[in-house]
Design a protein around this ligand. Structure first.
Ligand SMILES: [Zn+2]
Length: 307
């Protein structure tokens, strides 16, 4: 199962909070996954979904709110190698359409009707329904992306406002004939999924985030250590050049004892750190550093004099 279908199955297990929220959730499911049909003067509603848990959830909502038993059908979709579950509401379809604001006095209404979504609980329930009917969330291991595909612009902008009302940042784009409300970053996606009840999906996201940040800091550390190492290597190379220059121009035995020891230690231990050199000749790190610099300036002096 994809990350998205897992999250939906999980959201479908959230408890119903009350009739106001149930209606809001069903309204959003109908607006995102519903089809209206009028044939031979008979008005009916249909909900199509690839997710069995969503089909069961919608079935339960319709039964609890309207006492209706919807007809259910399942057919396989060989192209996508999955099944489509359809719920068909015939008797009572008009009442369902009116109560869920799919239809108003003036005909069908495709917006997200804010008048029955005044309470925060209902807004969240509406979001839950929109996710179940038309939402998807990408596996955060790949990237952070959550979206709601809406057939109608009015609905998409209504949904966008509801998401923003709940303090979550989202955007809207047109994609072909659809309007897509989307969330791009980890934080807003986590907040939204938490609100609608996808708790263990969030735990997964949090784990992935931790893994990603550990991985990043390990990479940073490795980069940083390699940086220090190449600095040491470059410094050692310059020191050995200086020492070899002194050896050819005047001989190391002309150097004071301390400097000669440092020079020999460096030549014999090209990869050693300052600390290791210090230990080798029984002095401090700053002592070695001082002597190597002194060797550098002697070599520079010889070079200037040699020109
Ligand atoms: Zn409510």
């Amino acid at each position: 199962m994809s990350f998205s279908s897992n999250a939906k199955a999980e959201v479908c297990r959230t408890r119903f909070e009350g009739e106001c929220c149930e209606l809001a959730e069903l309204s959003a499911i109908l607006h995102t996954a519903g089809l209206i049909s009028i044939s031979d003067g008979v008005f009916s509603l249909r909900i199509d979904t690839e997710n069995a848990a969503v089909a069961r959830r919608a079935f339960t909502l319709i039964k609890q709110l309207f006492g209706l038993h919807t007809k259910t059908q399942m057919h396989s979709n060989p192209l996508k190698r999955n099944h489509i579950y359809s719920l068909i509401i015939e008797d009572g379809a008009q009442l369902v359409a009116l109560d869920t604001r799919l239809a108003g006095e003036e005909g069908f209404s495709f917006g997200a009707d804010a008048s029955f979504l005044k309470k925060r609980c209902c807004k969240i329930a509406f979001l839950r329904g929109a996710f179940l009917g038309g939402g998807s969330v990408t596996n955060p291991e790949k990237r952070y992306h959550m979206e709601f595909v809406c057939g109608q612009k009015e609905f998409a902008s209504g949904l966008l406002n509801i998401i923003k009302d709940l303090g979550i940042s989202a955007k809207m784009i047109q994609r072909g004939a659809s309007y897509v409300v989307y969330l791009k970053e980890g934080d807003p996606i986590i907040t939204l999924l938490t609100m609608i009840g996808a708790h263990s999906s969030i735990l997964n996201i949090e784990n992935i985030r931790i893994m990603k940040s550990v991985r990043n800091s390990v990479n940073r550390k490795v980069n940083c250590e390699t940086g220090n190492l190449s600095k040491t290597v470059n410094a050692s190379l310059k020191q050995r050049e200086d020492i070899e220059y002194i050896r050819t121009r005047m001989g190391l035995d002309k150097l004071p004892r301390g400097l000669r020891e440092a020079a020999e230690a460096r030549i014999n231990n090209p990869d050693a750190s300052l600390k290791e050199l210090a230990d080798a000749i029984g002095t401090s790190k700053s002592g070695v550093n001082h002597r190597l610099r002194k060797l550098g300036s002697i070599a520079d002096g010889l070079r200037t004099a040699g020109r």
